[in-house]
Write a protein that binds this ligand. Structure first.
Ligand SMILES: [Zn+2]
Length: 332
């Protein structure tokens, strides 16, 4: 398990205080951007609730039998609910499983715990069945919901949870990231960390994963391909070579490119541009196209991303190829 990140300490203290005065909330909602540490925080929290004797800073001891079971993902008092492989939603069958889990007496620990990853992906019927549990939660149960967006969850669910927003100041994120690079002996000292953080919406763990997975150079390759028009440009090959394997990030980058072109057309200050490294491209192409088609392109990319994230039975490659044909038709 990763450390409890420094920017999560105040949330940690307030939940631990609530626990110490026996006011532990039954339902906790953690929300904030991808890569800000919500999952790690949840693991520490659940581990604390299950552990026989938490130690310093109330962190789980790591050695008691409960900790050993939790580490092995086999603790009988904990249930982890997430989107199943090959699916894109959390179903009512899964929330019913939560009910059955909580109805049984705790076998080892003082608490029964549930974590729901990507809680905003519950179907309406799943959310309704969870709501029934949240309205009358059994004693000593803690359900932790995790979501990137607060408003993606029904208000009825939100109102039953104690909410914690995860965020970090950019300067603090930059400092933390620099320390990480130092400790992994990264040779990427020439990278402008503030620029990287802007690119990933300020989330330090996501920024770190960009460095570890070399996503920055993949982004640049995609940008060169999208903006350097040669006679023989081939949208199908662009999809195959630069997008298909990392479509989630690639579409996110295309959204950022398009948003920057819109900003340029609207004469927004250069400081507000995100893709400063390819500003010349963006300026050149924003001259060629009107504002309205840019907005409709943005909508198409966002809708494609939504379809791929939320709908099963989508032919990913075909959808991406269609999108790229639209891109080149507009900007070529
Ligand atoms: Zn322990």
């Amino acid at each position: 398990m990763h450390e409890l990140y420094p920017w999560c300490q105040s949330h940690w203290q307030s939940i631990m205080t609530a626990k110490s005065i026996e006011r532990m909330p039954h339902a906790i909602l953690l929300y904030g951007p991808k890569g800000i540490g919500k999952y790690t925080f949840t693991d520490h929290l659940v581990n604390n609730l299950l552990c026989d004797s938490p130690g310093e800073n109330k962190l789980a001891c790591g050695v008691c039998s409960s900790c050993v079971l939790f580490k092995a993902n086999t603790h009988p008092d904990h249930l982890r609910v997430s989107i199943p492989d090959e699916k894109k939603v959390i179903s009512i069958e899964q929330t019913r499983e939560i009910y059955h889990h909580l109805m049984l007496k705790a076998k080892k620990s003082a608490f029964k715990t549930v974590t729901i990853l990507a809680a905003d992906k519950m179907t309406i019927s799943a959310a309704n069945s969870l709501l029934k549990i949240l309205e009358e939660p059994p004693r000593n149960t803690v359900i932790t919901l995790i979501s990137t967006s607060l408003f993606a969850l029904p208000v009825t669910i939100r109102s039953r949870c104690q909410k914690f927003q995860f965020s970090i100041h950019k300067r603090e994120a930059e400092k933390w990231l620099a320390q990480q690079l130092l400790s992994i002996n990264s040779k990427q000292e020439d990278i402008n960390l503030m620029y990287l953080l802007n690119l990933v919406g300020g989330a330090p763990l996501r920024a770190l994963s960009y460095l570890e997975q070399d996503l920055l150079s993949q982004r640049i390759k995609l940008a060169h391909n999208l903006f350097s028009f040669k006679e023989n440009i081939n949208p199908l090959k662009t999809v195959e070579d630069y997008i298909l394997k990392i479509w989630e990030e690639a579409l996110y980058w295309m959204i950022l490119f398009t948003m920057d072109m819109i900003r340029i057309k609207r004469n927004v200050s250069t400081e507000l541009l995100i893709n400063t490294d390819i500003e010349d491209y963006l300026r050149e192409f924003s001259r060629k196209v009107e504002l309205k088609p840019l907005f409709s392109l943005l909508e198409k990319i966002e809708y494609s991303l939504w379809l791929l994230t939320n709908r099963t039975q989508i032919n990913t490659q075909l959808l991406l190829e269609k999108l790229l044909i639209d891109w080149f038709l507009l900007l070529a």
